[in-house]
Design a protein around this ligand. Structure first.
Ligand code: FAD
Ligand code: NAI
Length: 475
């Protein structure tokens, strides 16, 4: 007889492994199947996030930021360095060590929580006895059965039609994290989150980076006052960002890659680069899941169709994370994983989509939660806006990083905070206070009345809240 589990999770990324742990904590017998292989063919739990996403990209962003600081800003502090060098293989190997620490950490967490791990590809076989049979194709093949199935199979990088990733010259985010030496010229298609983060890494290390973006607006999803500030800062650093272009033929050869494109003004140009990163979004991954065997519904983009509670069209089958609708973010996947495990246990798991924070880890960092000014205008909602620049924040001056601002938007009548948008130092950490405030439906006055440590960057958030009422104290 096949091994029986209460819950089988397919996929061991942040959506899947967190769902598995939470389900085990709630007393279920849980299996998690994940097919990711490390360089030696062994398991590498953690999915895109751990292996080729959040964690390795932040490791490289940190290394390259140190280099940038040493090269351009240490002098302001009276620190001089002779013969500054970057050893890319060491930087990449540090990143690989961090990835492995995270892989191993999840193995430890599975043991601690008694989650049974299967290394291999999971696929649906059939519905049986009120549950489902799942095939695990790994070193060997076996069938396991589960009453409840959570699908968390993530997403894959989207290639440009006709230009597959070779990961040597034409790189997805995977190859972009493994470049062995600083390219002289780097092209990036797509000025979204990956394009800006990876473009920044290699620009800081000395590459001449050109980003070609199809849309005429820079960071269209971001509050445009913030996006303008980001554009100014990144351009000043040397990133070349061309908006509104139409990318044509891409040719790869011994000398690198040539990209034909037409500018927003209609000029036909060719960009010649050593390496090209294509970061034009990601697509939900259901490859090899054999959804047809059980009739699991997919939408026209290939994502698994779920309702607001992550229920699919099949009883007892749930789906979370990048493989379903909503932002492709690790913390969104985790929240959905926890909520589904709790719903299986009869609890009321919940995910508030309005308070999911976004962070882009460029320098300056960009972080936001809630609605942008453009969204509020489109809705016709009456709002008040408060802005406080880091230029007027003592801690930012002491850090030597005064770029950017905190912008708070609040309802004109009730003063409830509707959105907070930050560009500047440590925006990724500053946004947490704003998420808490919005989750508790705080008003801007609530933040304005709370004591914030001095000198700290968080005082800029308090001052932005004061600015909503036009009574900043330090600006
Ligand atoms: P994934 O992490 O993709 O995990 C899915 C797992 O399922 C994988 O291990 C895969 O091997 C496995 N799998 C798939 N099919 C099967 C099968 N049939 N059988 C067995 N296993 C299977 N998000 C953030 O919030 N912050 C960031 O800073 C951030 N940075 C990013 C940087 C980059 C370069 C990229 C590409 C993404 C980044 N993301 C970031 C997005 C984040 O990585 C994803 O949103 C997140 O990983 C989604 O989690 P998931 O569990 O849904 O899927
Ligand atoms: P993205 O959706 O952020 O950006 C893609 C960009 O490519 C868009 O600006 C789009 O207009 C442009 N584009 C699309 N087709 C194009 C074409 N043919 N020519 C030129 N431009 C084109 O996608 P990206 O950067 O690939 O990242 C995927 C996802 O991964 C993100 O949306 C995010 O969910 C996640 N991620 C999150 C990070 C974070 O939280 N810090 C970091 C990196 C990725």
């Amino acid at each position: 007889m096949s091994k029986q589990f209460d819950v089988i999770v397919i996929g061991g990324g942040p959506g899947g492994y967190i769902a598995a742990i939470r389900a085990a904590q709630l007393g279920f017998s849980v299996a998690c199947i994940d097919e990711w292989k490390n360089a030696k063919g062994g398991p590498a739990l953690g999915g895109t996030c751990t292996n080729i996403g959040c964690i390795p990209s932040k490791a490289l962003l940190q290394s390259s930021e140190h280099y940038e600081q040493a090269a351009h800003h240490f002098g302001d502090h009276g620190i001089t360095l002779a013969d500054l060098k970057i050893d890319v293989p060491t930087m990449v190997s540090r990143k690989d060590t961090i990835v492995k620490q995270n892989n191993d950490g999840i193995v430890y967490l599975f043991k601690k929580n008694k989650v049974t791990f299967f290394h291999g590809r999971g696929s649906f076989v059939a519905a049986k006895d009120g549950g489902y049979e799942i095939k695990v194709a790994g070193a060997a093949e076996e069938i396991i059965s589960g009453k409840q199935i959570i699908v968390a199979t993530g997403s894959n990088a989207r290639p440009l039609p006709g230009t597959p990733f070779d990961e040597v010259n034409v790189l997805s985010n995977d190859g972009a994290l493994r470049i062995g030496a600083v390219p002289k010229k780097l092209g990036v298609i797509g000025s979204g989150v990956i394009g800006l983060e990876m473009g920044s890494v290699w620009r800081r290390l000395g590459a001449d980076v050109t980003i070609l973006e199809g849309l005429p607006t820079f960071l269209g999803v971001v509050d445009q006052q913030i996006a303008k500030e980001v554009h100014k800062a990144l351009t000043k650093q040397g990133l070349k960002i061309e908006l509104g272009v139409k990318v044509g033929e891409i040719k790869t050869g011994k000398k690198g890659v040539s990209i034909a494109y037409v500018t927003a003004k209609g000029e036909a140009l060719t960009l010649n680069v050593d390496k090209l990163i294509i970061s034009i979004g990601r697509t939900a991954n259901t490859i090899g899941l054999n959804t047809e065997a059980v009739g699991l519904s997919l939408d026209e983009r290939g994502a698994i169709v779920v309702d607001g509670e992550c229920k699919t069209n099949l009883p007892g089958v749930w789906a979370v994370g990048d493989v379903v609708r909503g932002p492709m973010l690790a913390h969104k996947a985790e929240e959905e994983g926890v909520a589904v495990a709790e719903r299986i246990a009869g609890q009321h798991g919940h995910v508030n989509f309005n308070t999911i924070p976004w962070v882009i880890y460029t320098s300056p960092e960009i972080a936001w939660v809630g609605q942008t000014e453009e969204q509020l205008k489109a809705e016709g909602r009456a709002y008040k806006s408060g802005v406080f620049p880091f230029m007027a924040n003592g801690r930012a001056r002491a850090l030597g990083d005064t770029t950017g601002m905190v912008k708070m938007l609040a309802d004109a009548a009730t003063d409830e905070i509707l959105g907070v948008h930050i560009v500047g130092p440590m925006a990724s950490e500053l946004i947490a206070e704003c998420v808490v405030a919005m989750e508790f439906r705080a008003s801007s006055e609530d933040i304005a009345r709370i004591c914030h440590a001095h000198p700290s960057l968080s005082e800029a958030t308090k001052e932005a809240a004061l600015a909503v009422d036009k009574r900043t104290l330090n600006f």
